[in-house]
Design a protein around this ligand. Structure first.
Ligand code: GLC
Ligand code: CA
Length: 545
């Protein structure tokens, strides 16, 4: 495992929402260029950008119609090259999103595939109708069937996401060649790595059997289509032909993986990927409609899952550390407490301490360093996310009352992580002078970068200290991890050990004081500068011994 990856800190930029450079309401590359110093000053040194390629934006850039260009709304290739050069001059690396499980249906490959043109004929997963209907019962991730009929071919194509995102046929070696070649196109420009979208969806079994029918009335493809038969083979091939030839970082987005899978996907010998994003801790608050729920998360499950990943990967594979991203609710609203200003600030610091002092590479979603929160739009029309809109429609049609569904939307809409970055307290939070593509969170008047940079006790300044501390601590980078107080229902505590030294981390995840803890050593970090004999609400204390 490369040292710079172990010591790296990734800052996730959702380009549409980060900074609007030309005031048309949409974030763009020039906006990002103007804020690179902000990212450097925070202490991050790798940027992961969500997709920046031309796209009809059915799924906000995850439906790509051209892999070798820049979405005009975001700028030009010249802008991108300037961004890359400036980032490198500031010591920041750039990771792009690689979305190759599927393309847009507006990609030329798909058009040629529909028309059965030459080598493109089998670029996608086409099947004949079965008894005049869909080839199997699978539902897509954004509601409805996972199959779409194309009269021109007399066949259905598979789309595990929206019908504008047809799945590529990875069984076809020519598809893989095209993917490797587009990866090289960007790597040869000098980018520093990829975040690989739903990368463990690429190998589907030849037979596509029906799935178990779920709450949405469709069969669940996940246990059948994920971590498929040739998954490790495809990743090894990609690694051999492309990844191993560059000094880069890779992280795979992998749904339904356990630590056992990561021992292959993210093993330390570097034969597949550097890290994966697992989803086990994203499932600790789901309910009868899956993620659409307003359950408070199960703290004991969270502890078990995160420590399991720490213990099982230690010395064998490398962890990614994240609370949220552009598909998830804001970490502070979900795992902390945004019910009062005091609790928001404290819990944002506490959850950051808890996660980012574990073993692995931290990922920070833009705005997390400010303690940005979930948003609650009253009108479903104010949501732009296809998943939110389709799910609202599907569940209310099935009889879930509007008010109940909106509660779930407020908790779990992907737009929670996508509202514009809150730069200052001027109109539109300083994100843009024009009406933003997605409404800003009204709390920007108090929660914004300008105010937090000035305030020594802000979440922002705490993140800076935390990341600085992490960077200089061998214990944090390499130490072994042991969960302590495993049965405590309020405290998440653990020890890190290396060469006879130890680091103790205590985090109170509740809004109540906890019992006197038995520890010794000197305080080096914490929300307060005194040593308390109990942990106060949402407090985190760190000791080195
Ligand atoms: C990933 C992306 C998500 C997208 C989906 C389909 O989960 O993070 O935003 O909708 O893949 O590409
Ligand atoms: Ca713009």
């Amino acid at each position: 495992m490369k040292d710079w990856i172990k010591k790296g800190v990734v800052y996730q930029v959702y380009p549409r929402s980060f900074k609007d450079g030309n005031n048309d309401g949409i974030g763009d590359l020039r906006g990002l260029i103007s804020k690179l110093e902000y990212i450097r000053d925070l202490g991050a040194n790798i940027i992961w950008m969500n997709p920046i390629y031309p796209s009809p934006n059915d799924d906000m850039g995850y439906d790509i119609s051209d892999y070798r260009d820049i979405m005009p709304e975001f700028g030009t290739m010249d802008d991108f090259e300037e961004l890359l050069a400036k980032a490198h001059s500031l010591g920041i690396k750039i990771m792009l999103d690689l979305v190759v499980n599927h393309t847009s249906d507006e990609h030329q490959w798909f058009k040629d595939s529909v028309a059965r043109k030459g080598k493109y004929t089998d670029f996608y997963i086409w099947r004949d109708p079965k008894d005049g209907k869909e080839p199997n019962n699978w539902g897509g991730s954004f509601q409805g069937s996972a199959w779409e009929y194309v009269p021109e071919r007399g066949q259905y194509y598979l789309h595990l996401f929206s019908k504008k995102q047809p799945d590529l046929n990875w069984e076809n070696p020519q598809v893989r060649q095209e993917v490797y070649s587009l990866m090289k196109f960007w790597l040869d420009k000098g980018i520093d790595g990829f975040r690989m979208d739903v990368i463990n969806y690429i190998s589907k079994p030849k037979e596509l059997p029906d799935g178990k029918v779920g709450a949405n009335g469709f069969g669940d493809f996940h246990p059948i289509a994920l971590n498929g038969p040739r998954q490790n083979e495809f990743l090894r091939e990609m690694n051999e032909k492309v990844l191993s030839q560059y000094d880069i970082v890779t992280v795979g987005e992998t749904v339904m993986v356990k630590p056992e899978h990561a021992l292959h996907y993210a093993n330390l010998d570097g034969s597949e990927l550097d890290m994966v994003f697992h989803f086990q801790h994203m499932g600790v608050d789901s309910g009868k409609y899956g993620k659409w729920s307003d359950n408070r998360f199960d703290f004991m499950k969270l502890k078990r899952i995160l420590s399991d990943w720490q213990e099982k990967l230690n010395g064998k594979a490398w962890n990614s550390l994240y609370w949220d991203n552009h598909d998830q609710p804001r970490g502070v609203s979900r795992f902390g407490d945004d019910s009062t200003e005091e609790y928001r600030t404290k819990s944002a610091k506490m959850i950051a301490t808890c996660l980012y002092l574990m073993q692995g590479t931290p990922y920070i979603l833009e705005g997390d360093e400010l303690g940005m929160t979930n948003v609650a739009f009253d009108d479903i029309e104010d949501y732009e996310d296809i998943d939110t809109r389709n799910s609202y429609k599907a569940f209310t049609e099935k009889g879930v009352p509007h008010e109940e569904m909106m509660r779930y939307v407020h908790r779990h809409s992907r737009d929670n992580g996508r509202t514009p970055m809150q730069w200052d307290d001027s109109e539109n939070a300083g994100f843009s002078k024009a009406k933003p593509w997605l409404k800003v969170n009204p709390n920007y008047r108090t929660i914004n970068a300008a105010a937090e940079i000035k305030d020594p006790d802000s979440v922002y300044n705490y993140y800076r200290k935390l990341l600085e501390f992490r960077k200089n601590s061998d214990l944090v980078i390499d130490g072994d991890f042991t969960l302590t107080n495993a049965d405590d229902t309020q405290i998440f505590s653990y020890e890190r050990r290396l060469n006879g030294k130890a680091l103790y981390v205590f985090c109170n995840f509740s809004n109540k004081n906890t019992k006197k803890l038995d520890f010794k050593g000197k305080e080096i970090l914490g929300n307060y500068n005194d040593v308390s004999d109990c942990l106060r609400p949402y407090e985190a204390i760190v000791f080195e011994d």
